[in-house]
Design a protein around this ligand. Structure first.
Ligand code: GLA
Length: 651
């Protein structure tokens, strides 16, 4: 414990914060002059200041003799030095909040502030409180910086006769973290992952059957396979093609010494791909532009070795960073695109991924340059699609980036319409439709309407700037995805961006372990699952630790993500303290995800009626894979800060 008679120390509290590097994330532009003016309005770091990252909280114990709390709050002007790296746009988009709690009750909230907003006084009646918590809230965009951002100045705990001594509780007792929750795989056979596969007539099918259970585990097809398909039990790969439109069912069995399980795969031959949210990996938030052939191969190897392949993780997607860099030769004389020296043979890489049954994803822009100023597909759309197809590509993320310059020229003197924005995405879609293989199509940026995207080939629609490993960013992206939930359906998924867990590489911090706490990572995965979000892991798979693996191989959590019978989860409660999502599952049960938004542990009560349930409800804890019991009307549980309760409710 540290004693304060006023407060003076500047302890650094672990935290999260970063930049939206998205080309089109809607951040406000601010001139340098404006920025200077703003800087002068923010707090000066004077002695006697409490400095914190956001999000973070600090806890103070009292003898019950404090009556009033008072402080002046604002941004640390150090934020302005970040402009060297990221420019003022992202600084302007950064938001922060300040809250005070007395014995777990919110007693003051300064609201959300931006750099340049100056200072605010925050004060509250805290009479009799034994624990006062000061929270700096990450308001949505964060800056990936080890610098301090939130300042509390002139902090005063006042009693009857003036300033009162308080003790800071740095024991961590208020902020426990979940450890590994997912139990080891069951010894009994279990068939995992996705069980609906969309493919166009006559186009190649490649599907790895995901199964777990004690070895040796034998996989087989029950009955006859549809004409045109073959199943290799050793590699677990289903291959071939089906010409005839409609649903084709294949029953798979997995058996071992502990038992036998069967599950039916529906192959829907028609015009729609991506019938369930894709599960896989994306290189961007893991490596940014450092991605290479070696890294991609190591990722595929980790998918197999760490058991992710047995849980349905399939896509291995290279994001920005594979094309030639600015000063290199970007295309051959005939115009074909050249990968940079880190990718010696893309076709061989595609074959390698396919040999495990994985899907190969790639990234480009309709503009002349991608967001990292590498070669885009502008003017070479047909040629690039053919090249990717020759490499065996199965997934393309098409990112607006420098198409903004083209749009500007094309729409000079008028306001761009949705049709103007959709045009380059549609152009690529027409090329994709001409190909002998299917490519899942992911739209990124450009500000196209969801309806427009859906009608013009998008399978995944980004609705958010770049997700960085900050709690405020994760919450804001989840809320945004929930707002758009009714637009999602098989073939078209709302994409709040990749999973920022494990070791990542984001923004000014470079390589680092995710800044999300363990609890926040559980909440992140739970929210993405209940929202039917694409699950694309942005983590350095070659150094993945056990904690992160276990976050990703929980079959009951994955089942919620892949359960697409009804619309994605809806936010049914949203208060200062709680965020609760609910979603109907195809077996008639309901998934509930309740997140403790407070910066300390507390008892959280879930009212079943908020999730459309009444009477007696049986609960199963999805992370721990354990039945909890039967409850009437409500369920109360102690949740650590920012941790979720993720349950399946059956009548
Ligand atoms: C944009 C996208 C990111 C990533 C990078 C690559 O910022 O939003 O997801 O693709 O470009 O440059």
């Amino acid at each position: 414990m540290t004693a304060y008679s006023f407060l003076s120390l500047a302890l650094l509290v672990p935290a999260g914060f970063a930049v939206a590097a998205c080309s089109d994330c809607g951040a406000r532009m601010v001139s340098v002059a404006q920025e200077k003016a703003r800087e002068s309005r923010d707090l000066v770091d004077a002695p006697g200041t409490l400095r914190m990252h956001a999000p973070a909280a600090r806890f103070f114990r009292t003898n019950g003799d404090v009556r009033r709390f008072k402080a002046t709050v604002g941004f640390d002007p150090a934020i302005y030095t970040l402009k060297r790296k990221w420019g003022p746009t992202h600084i302007a988009a950064t938001k922060m909040g300040f809250k005070v709690y007395a014995d777990g009750r919110l007693v003051a909230d300064a609201g959300i502030m931006r750099p340049g907003d100056g200072t605010k006084t925050i004060e509250a009646d805290v009479s009799g409180a034994r624990m006062i918590a000061l929270e700096s809230v990450d308001g949505g965009y964060w800056l990936g910086t080890p610098q301090l951002l939130a300042l509390w100045q002139d902090v005063r705990f006042e009693g009857k006769d003036g300033v009162v001594a308080v003790e800071e509780d740095t024991s961590g007792a208020e902020t426990p973290q979940f450890g590994i929750l997912t139990p080891p795989d069951d010894p009994e056979p279990r068939l995992n992952g996705t069980w609906t596969y969309g493919v166009r007539p006559g186009k190649p099918i490649l599907h790895r059957i995901a199964a777990t259970g004690k070895a040796p585990l034998a996989l087989s097809v029950v009955g006859a396979l549809p004409k045109g398909l073959a199943f290799d039990a050793r590699s677990r790969l289903l291959t071939g093609s089906i010409a005839e439109r409609g649903d084709h069912k294949v029953v798979f069995a997995a058996s071992n010494a502990c038992g036998r399980a069967t599950r039916t795969l529906t192959i829907r031959v028609g015009d729609t791909l991506c019938l369930t949210p894709p599960m896989g990996w994306n290189s961007w938030n893991a490596y940014e532009c450092k991605v290479s052939d070696k890294i991609v191969r190591e990722t595929a190897a980790a998918f197999v070795e760490k058991g992710l392949a047995d849980h349905g993780w399939t896509y291995v997607n290279i994001d920005g960073g594979w094309q030639a860099f600015e000063k290199q030769v970007a295309r051959n004389e005939d115009g074909t695109i050249r990968p940079n020296e880190r990718f010696p043979d893309m076709k061989a890489l595609g074959d390698h991924l396919h040999s495990f049954g994985f899907k190969f994803g790639i990234y480009s822009s309709p503009g002349p340059r991608t967001c990292t100023r590498q070669e885009g597909s502008y003017g070479h759309e047909a040629q690039d699609v053919e090249t990717w197809v020759a490499w065996g590509v199965d997934f393309i993320k098409y990112d607006w980036c420098f198409y903004r310059d083209i749009l500007k020229k094309e729409t000079e003197g008028r306001k761009p319409t949705d049709a103007d924005r959709i045009k380059p995405f549609r152009q690529l879609y027409d090329e994709l439709l001409r190909q002998p293989r299917d490519l899942v199509y992911s739209f990124c940026g450009g500000g196209v309407s969801l309806k427009g995207a859906e009608a013009n080939g998008s399978n995944l629609q980004r609705i958010w700037g770049d997700l960085k490993d900050g709690w405020g960013c994760v919450l804001a992206a989840a809320r945004s995805a929930a707002r758009h939930r009714l637009n999602a359906h098989p073939g078209f998924w709302i994409d709040p961006d990749m999973l920022v867990v494990g070791r990542v590489c984001t923004g000014v911090l470079g390589d680092h372990d995710t800044l999300l706490t363990p609890n926040e990572q559980y909440a992140h995965i739970s929210m993405w699952a209940i929202l039917n979000a694409p699950l694309l892991i942005a983590c350095q798979m070659n150094v993945i630790d056990d904690f992160t693996v276990k976050l990703l191989v929980n079959p009951e959590v994955i089942d919620v993500d892949q359960d697409v019978a009804e619309a994605p989860g809806e936010i049914v409660v949203s208060t200062n303290d709680d965020l609760v999502f609910a979603k109907k599952l195809c077996d008639g049960s309901t998934a509930i995800c309740a997140v403790n938004l407070c910066p300390f542990k507390r008892r959280v009560t879930v009212n079943f009626k908020d999730a459309g349930l009444s009477g007696t409800v049986r609960l199963r804890d999805l992370w721990r894979r354990k039945d909890i019991g039967t409850f009437q009307d409500t369920f109360t549980v102690e949740l650590p800060p920012h941790a979720p309760l993720f349950v399946r409710c059956c009548k």
